[in-house]
Write a protein that binds this ligand. Sequence first.
Ligand code: UDP
Ligand code: MN
Length: 233
Amino acid sequence: MFAIGKYTRFVSRFLDTAEKHFMIGYQVNYYLFTDNPQDIPAVRMGSGRTLNIIFKKKYKHWQEITMWRMEVINKHIVEVAHREVDYLFCLDIDLVFYNSWGPETLGEMVATLHPGYYKTSRGSFPYERRRSSMAYISREEGDFYYIGAVFGGRLKNVYEFTLSCHMAILADKAKGLMAVWHEESHLNRYFLSHKPSKLLSPEYLWPDTIRKPPELRLIRCAQVAKNHKAVRE
Ligand code: UDP
Ligand code: MN
């Protein structure tokens, strides 16, 4: 997880609720990247669970922060995570857990259906449509629209995935381009040619402000409402 700038305000709700619902009974190492370690609240961790707080300097724009996560995660796998964990999930910090999120979510490469587009046809997915971008997807292609806030998998696969997204982001940047939905656009492009082995339903990431539709059994995790102006500087 990342909590850069004002996003440290989301940390305690994330961790408090994750400690009740996320991978209970398993060994869990949280890696939290922040520019403000002194603002990270003390949270009581269950047994076999640790919180690792890693200092990272702040970038200027929020889009750059969200995209830069690919590079940071990739380096972190090489430097630290490969010695400590088998699977890695990369989650936004503006989340709250309501119900169990367990080992049913583990897989070689795990992607999550975007709650806003799981009923939409591919022509209207908000993929990057400029051919000049590395994230380009034509109107005739695409299986699903995945959300960028939740992905994971076996370490080796997350390593390859984050490296590829980071390289694509750099290639776009060299041309003065930024994909329409930032790293989410590159994630969608990667999963078009490297199919994830598991898809999580919107039960695993639902907007907190929208009532549960009947086709979802249980909301496990939700994206909390936030005032974008107040948190993105
Ligand atoms: N983030 C951050 N500081 C920022 C912007 C983003 O720490 O100034 C991190 C944080 O983990 C956040 C994630 O990047 O959850 C994605 O950004 P955001 O949640 O704002 O994107 P959205 O879910 O609204 O598309
Ligand atoms: Mn978010």
